[in-house]
Design a protein around this ligand. Structure first.
Ligand code: DQA
Length: 170
């Protein structure tokens, strides 16, 4: 009883505040050919380079007090490895899987094992393009999908993820 009575959830005089555990970063993963942004079909994907998108994403995430791990790979297995890594290391995921969006059961399965909010992003609007881009293996597990807004889509995804994480921790 004495021990119980002593504990009221507040710090005792002289007791130091415990440091808060550092929040996990959001992962922003980019698939094949997105390293060529700005050079490749600019009429479809815009003239902004991926490095500029990274800088804008980091700045926007900072306004939400979120850190960012931003990566690109042309290799399906690398993306699968990073999605698996995100299970322990990330608070949420923004994913532009590029062409793997339309082909990769492996990425779909990795995402199914990720218990984190996922925002699917595309610079272009795949639904206004060739029919082979109309199916996404990412969308069924995505919390939300943003497409057709070029690089602005990444920033909207950061805002959306920040709100989802805030609401989940509220
Ligand atoms: C893309 C759309 C995909 O269909 C395409 O294969 C890409 C980029 C986009 O961001 O618009 O590589 O994901």
């Amino acid at each position: 009883m004495a021990a119980l009575a002593q504990y009221n959830g507040q710090r005792k005089p002289g007791e130091r505040e415990k440091p808060l555990a550092k929040a996990r970063p959001i992962y922003v993963l980019n698939g094949p050919n997105l390293n060529l942004l700005g050079l490749r079909e600019p009429e479809i994907y815009g003239r902004t380079r991926l490095s500029d998108i990274e800088a804008a994403v980091v700045a926007r995430a900072a306004t939400h007090k979120l850190d960012v791990t931003f990566r690109q790979s042309n290799h399906e297995g690398m993306l699968v490895d990073w999605i698996q890594e995100a299970r322990n290391e990330a608070s949420g995921l923004i994913l532009n899987a590029g062409a793997f969006t339309h082909t990769s059961v492996a990425i779909h399965d990795a995402l199914r094992a990720l218990d984190r909010p996922v925002i699917e992003v595309h610079l272009s609007n795949p639904y206004a393009r060739e029919s082979f881009r109309h199916h996404s293996y990412v969308s069924p597990i995505a919390t939300g999908v943003i497409c057709g807004l070029k690089e602005q889509g990444y920033l909207l995804a950061v805002d959306a993820l920040a709100k989802l994480l805030k609401d989940a921790n509220a």
